[in-house]
Design a protein around this ligand. Structure first.
Ligand SMILES: C[S@@+](CC[C@H](N)C(=O)[O-])C[C@H]1O[C@@H](n2cnc3c(N)ncnc32)[C@H](O)[C@@H]1O
Length: 335
């Protein structure tokens, strides 16, 4: 007989404003620790999780600093692999995306049962796919069965087209990643050999809602939110805008941005902000553009529960880290 799962725990890395944390908590997990360097994000984490242990710069974190936790989650910085930057990409050799190696160093020290990583799809193509191979190989060499899937937030109940790659590693378990990432359920087969032409599908980006006489008029779905400044008037927001019949247009507000990422309204507001409104909006736009869409992670989090229960029941033995692997990771980090 299966025993009930003692409250499962999550350690969160590159926590940002806590998108992973909120989603896993909603799925029944307890957050044991958060690791984040950016002061504004730390303030938001402190607002929502005043009692959770917080770690700063991941480069300074030691194995013993991280409380034992069932699942480790993190979306390491994407700037060096993202195609949104245009031009050459430093990939995992970059200062920011290279922090993946720090995450791997800590995974090696603790070997959590499950690891969930999120990043931009640019990770798949950076350096002709070699960077993605490094991520997958690194986890595999540490003893993880690994799977990945690209998911779009628009299929999870938020009006935003946001594609991200989700990587799942299960310690010494080859089945878990597929059980978490892919549904075995399928819809009934369509056996009709022919049918009438349907209506022409209108792109959801072209559908709009609102009162054409008074406005505001909004697109049916927002393009992917990016980290951007409140002052910026360039192309970073102009594809998704709210318009009014008199010709005025505006960008999404920080509150609307929270909503299209699936955060509760006001999630990134501080009670006593230490900066002016413009600066605060920039901090909010940046953090929200970097965040995960909460409902996607909530879906994944729910799917980790039965796998975690199976892994706990199977009493997977943990191994001490191998020195040779440690050295290889350090080598890779300084290339
Ligand atoms: C892609 S964002 C992750 C956002 C997060 N998943 C969320 O939902 O808000 C990457 C985060 O890593 C943080 N970061 C960058 N360098 C770091 C470091 N050396 N140590 C810890 N966190 C770091 C950034 O401040 C940023 O918040």
């Amino acid at each position: 007989m299966m025993t009930a799962l003692a409250q499962p725990t999550v350690a969160s890395f590159f926590s940002g404003i806590g998108g992973f944390d909120l989603a896993f908590e909603r799925a029944g997990f307890r957050i044991t620790t958060q690791c984040e360097i950016e002061p504004f994000c730390v303030d938001i984490l402190t607002k929502h999780w005043p009692d959770v242990k917080r770690l700063g710069d991941i480069r300074e974190v030691k194995d013993a600093d991280v409380p034992v936790s069932d699942i480790w989650v993190g979306g390491f910085p994407c700037q060096d692999v993202s195609v949104a930057r245009m031009g050459p990409r430093a990939g995992l050799k970059g200062k920011r995306s290279g922090l993946f190696y720090q995450f791997a160093r800590l995974i090696e020290g603790s070997r959590p049962r499950i690891v969930v990583i999120e990043n931009v799809p640019g990770l798949l193509s950076s350096h002709g796919g070699r960077d993605f191979r490094i991520v997958i190989n690194t986890l595999a060499e540490l003893g993880y069965g690994v799977g990945w899937r690209v998911l779009n937030s628009k299929h999870f109940g938020v009006p935003q087209s946001r594609q991200r790659v989700y990587i799942v590693g299960c310690y010494r378990d080859g089945r878990g990643p597929a059980e978490i990432l892919f549904e075995p359920e399928c819809s009934p087969r369509d056996i009709a050999t022919s049918g009438q032409d349907g209506q022409r599908v209108i792109s959801p980006f072209k559908k709009s809602f609102g009162d054409p006489l008074t406005g505001p008029i909004v697109q049916g779905i927002a393009y992917c939110l990016y980290a951007c400044s409140a002052r910026h008037t360039g192309t970073d927001w102009s594809r998704t805008y709210v318009s009014y019949p008199d010709g005025r247009v505006r960008r999404l507000t920080p509150l609307e941005s929270e909503r299209v990422q699936g955060f509760p309204p006001g999630w990134t507001l501080l009670d006593r902000p230490s900066v002016d409104v413009d600066k605060m909006d920039t901090l909010r736009y940046t953090a929200l553009g970097n965040a995960v869409s909460v409902p996607v992670i909530e879906w994944l989090a729910g799917r980790t529960l039965p796998v975690l229960q199976r892994l706990r029941n199977s009493q997977v033995a943990y191994e001490a880290p191998q020195l040779s692997t440690q050295l290889r990771l350090l080598d890779a980090a300084v290339v």
